[in-house]
Structures are given as C-alpha cells and as structure tokens.
Design a protein around this ligand. Sequence first.
Ligand code: OAD
Ligand code: ZN
Length: 250
Amino acid sequence: MNLSDEFQRVLGRAKAICVLTGAGMSAESGVPTFRGADGLWKKFKPEELANFEAFIRNPQLVWEWYNYRRQLIEKVVPNAGHAALAKMEDLVDRFTLVTQNVDNLHRVAGSKRILELHGNIMRSLCTECATKTDDPHLATEKGVPRCKKCGGLIRPDVVWFGEMLPAGVFEEAERAAGLCDVFLSVGTSAIVYPAASLPQAAKRSGAYTVEINIEATEQSDLFDEVMRGKAGEVLPCIAETLQMTKGVKP
Ligand code: OAD
Ligand code: ZN
C-alpha cells in the first residue's frame, strides 16, 4: 500500500507522533473485537459483565468472562502492526502510544511508552484497598479471588462502563494528541469517549490525522486521510516510509 505524497512529506518532518489503537489492532492476532458481526458485544451483554454493579451482583460470572478472555489472549502473539508501532517509537523524538486495548500485546511487541486508557487484563485490583497485582494466575484460581492484605474482593484492573479512566492517563494522552505532528487512529470504531475525542484534539492543534481501519467509522470524515486496510498491513508500510524519510537504513 502506497502512502500519499502529502503523508510522506509530513512523516519526513514529524518530530512527534501519537497513535490511538482499538480492538481492530489485535484482530489479526485472533483477539475478537467488540462491535461488528463477530464482536463480543453481539454474544455477551456489557450490562451483565462490564460494570461494577454487575460485578458486585455476580463476581463469579464476571471473573469467568475475564478468565476466558485472558486465557484467549495468553495464547496469541502480536501481529505485524504491533511490531511496526514498536519500530516507529525508535524513529521519532516523541512517540506516544495510546491504547484502548487491555490485551497487553503492545508491550509484548516491544512498545515502551504506552498509555493504557482502559486498563490491562493481565492485572488485578482490590476493590477495598486498591492494591494492584500482576499475578496472571490469581484469577484462574477457582472462585473469586480475595485480597491477601485486606480480604476485599479482587477485580480485573480494567475500566468498566460508567467508570473514570485511570487518574492522569487520559490527560497525558490528550497532551500528546495536542502536541503531535502526526496522529494515527488505528482499528477503533471511535465511539467510546473520552478516547474518541483524541483525533479531534489532534486535528484542532494542527496535526496531520490519519485513520487506519478496514471500514468507515462515524469519524472517518474528520481525518485528513483515510487508509482502508488492515492494521497489520498498513502500519508496516507507514513504519517503512518513516524509516526511509529519516534516512535510517533498514
Ligand atoms: P470496536 O470493536 O468498537 O471497533 C473495532 C474497529 O476495528 C472497527 O471499526 C473495525 O472496523 C476495525 N477493524 C477490525 N479489524 C481490523 C483490522 N484488521 N485492521 C484495522 N481495523 C480493523 O473496538 P474499540 O473501538 O476498541 O471498552 O472499542 C472501544 C471500547 O469499547 C473498548 O475499549 C471497550 C469497548 O466496550 C471497554 O471495555 C471500557
Ligand atoms: Zn485489599
């Protein structure tokens, strides 16, 4: 896939790049997305699984669902798109990766500076004393895990509907979007706020904005450029062009 002349020119000058990723980023790795024909929200009800009241009502059920997703994620590997983003991080002065994904695949692929807006499914959190743990086996134990310190119910460290994003993380993402030269929105339906406001923030501040998605989204018209294609195919082309424009030998 070829990049437009303008995108190539902008990449050549870019000192700061900000990328927002969503579930489509991991689709080629085999992680299901939320919306669309095979999306998780077609088979499961978010109001029964992804909010705090549902968890208090039936923590066992919610844990079973997160264990199922966690076990699925543990079996998959990052795709060429994740690898391309990790490579891009080394090619510009300031690179900020903002993700709505909880699957940890950006970290496994080698990305370093990651802002996780919706938490991380590999971590857990005590509902009473807020102690975090990244013991991946905790939640696979039978029953509902309890905090070793205070006995409180332990929950997955992810953001549920109606909850605030982790303190300070969105503000940092907003800052990066406002200061970047190039903003990429990858594999997200761009309808869940506040994440979905980041492309607009970037555009308002004069960044060159590009959407990478296999389908049109509600925000497609907003972008300077839309690249219709899979993240695992489009992002390696962008990373390669960035490398060439920076005069770095492959
Ligand atoms: P969605 O499932 O809403 O959207 C996935 C997007 O990825 C769609 O626009 C697809 O067209 C696109 N897509 C699918 N495969 C792709 C591929 N190979 N390459 C590029 N694009 C592809 O997922 P999100 O936008 O991430 O929140 O959803 C946002 C939030 O809603 C999630 O973080 C989650 C969910 O409810 C919480 O759980 C808090
Ligand atoms: Zn506790």
